[in-house]
Design a protein around this ligand. Structure first.
Ligand code: PAF
Length: 287
């Protein structure tokens, strides 16, 4: 096992990547906010398969949290993250402090229109500005050949693909499947917020996904009918409060009425105070 290089500064990352590129090696980036789980591990493993060198970033990005969100409470355990990254075969981790990424007079933002307005953007109006800004900074710092993101954050994945296209960023964005617990709950660092009873109640998200998927597989083409059935499943759980359940075009995030193009069924549901997301895509084109 190679020893994980820990870089705290932009200069250290640049030096490391420069040496790799001088040898003609390809570089894969796995951006994360830490408190890693098997979902992140699957991204590192995919990057390991496809790239000569793999670097992960562990940075709880303050600019993607709203004023009343869980920035302070967000779980952190860098030692454990490093152990997981090393076990998955990552070569390096970038772990900056906030001031390394955001100077006191930081004033340049990547702010996307359209795709960021719906779904999570409705309740988290500044979230994607923070995500786009930090991800473009990470792309500039690391200059990876490929970057790996989970399909669980489906809107984020669509937004990053669009940003890369719009800004001509020279990176291949790779989306990776949702990783679930044995009982179906999508892996998330925020699952640690759930009490035992909430953890049980949270299974309603994956049950709604399964129900929606079954209807689509049976040939239902009316998106509203599928959404209504998913809502019915969630509403049967007293601890669940729906933020949204919607059917949208998987690339443009525009509302879909009939399943004639790749359709993303996405939801955000509060279980107690914890906001969880889940989704599935019904593909009409080759993935
Ligand atoms: O998906 C995440 O963990 C974050 O939004 C990301 C992409 C690492 C940006 O901070």
């Amino acid at each position: 096992m190679t020893r994980l290089i820990v870089a705290d500064t932009v200069a250290q990352v640049r030096e490391c990547v420069k040496a790799w590129k001088k040898e003609g090696l390809t570089v894969g980036l796995v951006p994360t906010m830490g408190y890693l789980h098997e979902g992140h591990a699957s991204l590192v493993q995919k990057a390991r398969e496809e790239c000569d060198k793999v670097i992960a970033s562990v940075f709880v990005n303050p600019t993607q949290f709203g004023p009343n969100e869980d920035l302070e409470a967000y779980p952190r355990d860098f030692e454990r993250d490093c152990a997981l990254l090393e076990a998955c075969g990552a070569d390096a981790v970038f772990h900056p402090v906030p001031s390394e990424m955001y100077a006191g007079d930081f004033s340049t933002w990547v702010d996307m229109q359209g795709l960021t307005a719906g779904l999570c953007g409705k309740t988290r109006p500044t979230h994607f500005r923070g995500v786009c800004t930090v991800v473009s900074k990470l792309f500039n710092i690391v200059t990876p050949d490929r970057a790996y993101f989970g399909q669980k954050d489906a809107q984020q994945l669509a937004v990053i693909r669009r940003m890369v296209r719009d800004l001509n960023i020279d990176v291949q964005v790779v989306g990776c499947p949702i990783v679930r617990e044995e009982d179906g709950l999508a892996k998330s660092s925020r699952n640690t917020y759930l009490s035992a009873t909430e953890r049980q109640a949270a299974l309603v998200l994956s049950r709604a996904v399964a129900q929606g998927r079954t209807l689509a597989c049976e040939g239902e083409k009316d998106a509203a009918r599928i959404v209504a059935e998913m809502r019915r499943v969630i509403e049967a759980e007293p601890m669940a409060r729906i933020d949204y359940v919607e059917a949208v075009d998987a690339d443009t995030i525009e509302p879909v009425e009939r399943l004639s193009r790749d359709t993303l069924f996405a939801m955000a549901v509060y279980i107690g105070k914890t906001r969880l997301i889940d989704n599935f895509i019904v593909r009409t084109t080759e993935a």
